[in-house]
Design a protein around this ligand. Structure first.
Ligand SMILES: [Zn+2]
Length: 271
């Protein structure tokens, strides 16, 4: 089944399979009941059967629609995460679905109130500082949102995964965009847990801004301070705009002072 934005959703496929299975079961049962009704000439009984089946069908529909979905859009800078999030929100709005668009308050790249892609696409968003605030925002919304979209997920606290599960359980379509790895190349904030519980993951890639080699893709954010690679022990989050970022491939990603994986392996082997 295609999602509203035209992508194939594994979650939808699972639901579709379940729905088809239940419908085939009801269909078999309907054939059986119709046969009985015809055998006995019971028109009223057939009507009651139809009513009962309609009720069962609504029940199946309700089951399918009760829970929402969680999609995580991740990748390095310049891979189009915010653009993909904005696209999802835009499509939902065209369909007339109420949307709540949020972003981490710490992200001051472009504007406090906008979700902005690197190529200049913007959309009005509400800045929030903690995952907890999201609950209050959704509960106090005049209309319960169909879609809750969150940008810069990596800047949130570890409570974001629980909040996303809560939103999904309420039947909402939750979409979180964020960096899956920090400048050190390690899992970033609540993103690893979100990726594990997501129904759908969209992992985007960029072009390596150093080698620009078309044979490789950039998966890592490279932090630069005064144009030089930031050391491993610099803070995970730097606010103040002294740093700049590039998307880089594994070959070009530089983190001076990063522990040598070879030494870690030797330690594991007891050498
Ligand atoms: Zn490269």
């Amino acid at each position: 089944m295609n999602g509203a934005d035209g992508r194939t959703r594994t979650g939808d496929l699972t639901l579709t399979k379940r729905l088809l299975y239940q419908l085939s079961y009801i269909g078999t049962w309907l054939g059986h009941c119709n046969g009985l009704a015809l055998d006995n000439g019971l028109t009223a009984g057939g009507f009651r059967t139809k009513q009962r089946l309609r009720a069962q069908f609504s029940e199946v529909e309700t089951q399918v629609q009760t829970k929402g979905t969680l999609t995580v859009i991740c990748g390095p800078m310049f891979s189009g995460k915010s653009r993909e999030l904005i696209r999802t929100v835009h499509i939902a709005e065209i369909a007339g679905q109420p949307v709540t668009l949020l972003k981490a308050g710490i992200d001051l790249r472009y504007s406090v109130d906008d979700v902005a892609s690197h190529d200049g696409l913007t959309m009005k968003a509400r800045a929030v500082n903690t995952a907890r605030e999201i609950i209050a925002i959704v509960q106090s919304a005049p209309v319960t949102p169909t879609v809750v979209a969150i940008d810069e997920g990596q800047f949130f606290d570890q409570g974001l995964a629980a909040v996303c599960i809560w939103l999904r359980d309420k039947g909402m379509r939750v979409v979180v965009a964020g960096l899956d790895r920090n400048f050190r190349g390690e899992p970033f904030g609540p993103m690893p847990e979100l990726l594990a519980i997501a129904d759908d993951v969209i992992k985007l890639r960029a072009v390596c801004m150093r080698c620009k080699d078309p044979r490789v893709t950039a998966t890592l954010p490279q932090r630069l301070i005064d144009g030089r690679p930031a050391p491993y022990d610099s803070p995970e989050i730097l606010v103040g705009g002294l740093d700049s970022y590039e998307a880089r491939c594994l070959n070009c990603h530089e983190v001076p002072g990063r522990p040598d994986p070879g030494q870690l392996i030797q330690g594991m082997l007891g050498h």
